[in-house]
Design a protein around this ligand. Structure first.
Ligand code: NOJ
Ligand code: NOJ
Length: 625
């Protein structure tokens, strides 16, 4: 009751423009309007500043590459990430379709950059013949491979890129450029869909790059990509290899449900609860205003989706973990991070996730309004009762006389706005958005500054609040879920997207060489392999190949890794010690040479040579930090 009275008081204050001091944390609709009006252009410009070749903050980035953040230290985000890039491009394509015509050049540059990038061999694999290289999470900003240690592969990238490029293709078709969609863009999409169809059921790292397993966010994006890829292929009169996997993918998607919420990562042994921004971010990236709330794609208005949303948000209503969320009532938005067990930069709230919660709710509202009805069931009841205590399990129709439908919509809208108000509260006056903000007052920005994804997330949230929706993608005829889910896969077809500028790579004949070196190390010291070819980092230790110590014993201090190299080539290589406490690297004092053996086309994964090296050079010592 108290809650309702407080809200009413705020509403009166707003209506009469009185400056009655209201607690900063409560929804302030008027402020939210003004904040978004000012911040949306800043956010859009914020994404463009981080895109090569002319982005003002990312000198050195090649044309069309989206840099995650200009930050080069603590953390170094000066790379192009497949996921961040694709989500940003989707936002730009949507803005372009909504009328920002000046963005077309960015999209075109990106198309060309991605066609090239698809063919770049990297530690996840090669493009030909297997397509495995498409699962690489990040590259250098000039589009060359990044060799360092990373959680790879990540299988959301190809799906998300396909989604962005399909939206653009559909626009081209609607604007009389079908042949361009077919000859230039489709070949890129086709490779990505092949990858999805072939590997959707293989484990990979989640969007936070930490957990190897199956990730809800990834599966959901894969489903959307295959479904709308199929529609596009039919329209263009081309074959889609992989699209027939869609029913199995969406069957699998349902298996993340645990009875209360969708568990973020399955097929993994993490001990987390699984309440994670993963699921909410997944649903906003597959949002279709015309889709049914019962669609197995799990739209924002889906009952299970809403229940997951509540479980996730409530996990952050914990004042001892998140002091800035103290004393905020249940019907009001809070600062949200990735998941409560997070320790990365101490696991603070993220701008893109707090804004994402608002977007999620605006999406759901848009869907109920389209359907002119809203059904509350046992699964979603608790979500609604938090913000509308009179909620009951029934269908509320927009033309019911007692206007409850619109009261519920208003309650959800205020709730959404209150998340925007949280973003506002922690956004610096100049509008810059970092990755995180401190969970302790005053909530200062933290981690990577000017994070592209934070800006893109703000733009899409602002679109939804303004009633601007991306084009629909779900066919109106309901998919039939297979009676039994099956772990299927279809072999992909991978061809460089020549018309978009891909180089003519041929199935590279590579052979695995097992590099093995005995090197005694102290705890915290690591051994890398570096050499004269791009696979070996071109003598740049920042791009060297990490070796593994999993078989290290005091009898045999072994560091090793199997690395695919071009068959027949002569390489120069050596090992380097990465010291702790920011001490300089230590290099060997010898140069080593090796001729890579001929490849075995019948067994491309076979290890064709093994080194037996002993570290030659100075030993390392801990800096004792
Ligand atoms: C751990 C973080 O949680 C993850 O998100 C990040 O990308 C990696 N470390 C790489 O630094
Ligand atoms: C860390 C995040 O966990 C990951 O999702 C993101 O791709 C990178 N940072 C780059 O922004």
């Amino acid at each position: 009751m108290l809650r309702l009275i407080t809200k009413y008081a705020v509403a009166v204050a707003a209506l009469s423009s009185l400056s009655i001091a209201s607690p900063a944390r409560l929804p302030r609709a008027v402020d939210v309007d003004a904040f978004i009006a000012a911040q949306r252009p800043i956010a859009l410009q914020g994404t463009l500043n981080n895109i090569g070749p002319n982005g003002s903050l990312v000198e050195g980035a090649s044309a069309g590459y989206v840099v995650a953040s200009p930050s080069k230290v603590n953390p170094n985000y000066f790379y192009t990430w497949s996921r961040d890039s694709a989500l940003t491009l989707k936002a730009l394509v949507d803005e372009f379709i909504l009328g920002e015509t000046s963005l077309q050049q960015y999209i075109e540059d990106h198309v060309h950059a991605q066609a090239v990038l698809q063919t770049v061999s990297n530690p996840s694999g090669t493009f030909l013949p297997s397509g495995k290289g498409l699962g690489e999470p990040k590259y250098n900003v000039d589009g060359t491979r990044f060799n360092g240690n990373w959680g790879r592969p990540q299988r959301d990238g190809p799906a998300l890129r396909a989604i962005a490029l399909i939206t653009y293709s559909n626009w081209l078709i609607a604007n009389g450029q079908t042949s361009k969609a077919k000859t230039v863009i489709w070949p890129i999409i086709s490779n990505d869909l092949s990858y999805v169809g072939q590997y959707w059921n293989s484990t990979g790292f989640d969007l936070w790059e930490e957990v190897s397993g199956s990730s809800f966010f990834t599966t959901q994006a894969q489903y959307r990509a295959l479904v709308e890829g199929n529609t596009l292929a039919e329209e263009l009169g081309v074959e889609c290899t992989g699209c027939d996997q869609a029913p199995q993918v969406v069957c699998f998607l349902q298996s993340y449900w645990n009875g209360e919420y969708f568990v973020a990562n399955i097929n993994t042994n993490t001990i987390r609860t699984g309440k994670d921004a993963n699921t909410m971010l997944g649903s906003i990236s597959i949002f279709d205003v015309n889709a049914s709330c019962d669609s197995p794609s799990i739209q924002p208005c889906n009952s299970r989706g809403l229940s997951s949303f509540k479980a996730f948000v409530d996990s952050f209503r914990n004042a001892s973990l998140y002091p800035i969320n103290a004393d905020i009532p249940i019907d009001s938005g809070i600062a949200l991070g990735r998941y409560t067990e997070d320790v990365y930069y101490e696991g603070n709230p993220w701008y893109l996730i707090t804004a994402g919660a608002a977007e999620y709710l605006y999406d759901a509202i848009a869907q109920w309004k389209t359907q002119e009805a809203l059904t509350i069931d046992d699964t979603s009841l608790a979500f609604f009762q938090d913000i509308y205590p009179a909620a009951r399990t029934k269908t509320y129709s927009s033309n019911d006389t007692c206007a409850e439908f619109s009261h519920i919509i208003d309650a959800v809208h205020n709730y959404a706005d209150s998340f925007v108000a949280v973003v506002e509260q922690y956004t610096p006056a100049n509008g810059s958005l970092s990755e995180q903000f401190n969970k302790t007052a005053p909530g200062n920005p933290l981690s990577a500054y000017d994070l592209t994804w934070s800006y893109a997330a703000f733009v899409t949230m602002a679109e939804r609040r303004a009633g601007q929706y991306p084009p629909s993608w779900e066919p109106s005829t309901a998919v039939t879920l297979p009676a039994q889910c099956a772990a299927s896969s279809v072999k992909g077809s991978y061809v460089p997207a020549f018309a978009a500028g891909a180089p003519n790579v041929t199935a590279s004949c590579t052979s695995y060489v097992q590099f093995a070196v005995n090197a005694s190390t102290y705890f915290g010291e690591n051994i890398y392999l570096v050499g004269n070819t791009t696979d070996l980092g071109s003598w740049d230790v920042n791009n060297a190949q990490p070796l593994l110590a999993s078989n290290y014993t005091s009898e045999r201090p072994l560091w090793y890794a199997a690395i695919a190299l071009t068959a027949g080539e002569t390489i120069d290589y050596g090992y380097a010690r990465q010291e702790d406490c920011d001490q300089p690297w230590i290099f060997e004092t010898v140069n080593r040479t090796l001729v890579v053996p001929a490849c075995d086309e019948t067994d491309v994964e076979a290890i064709r040579a093994e080194t037996n090296d002993a570290w030659t050079g100075p030993a390392g010592s801990s800096g004792g930090c």
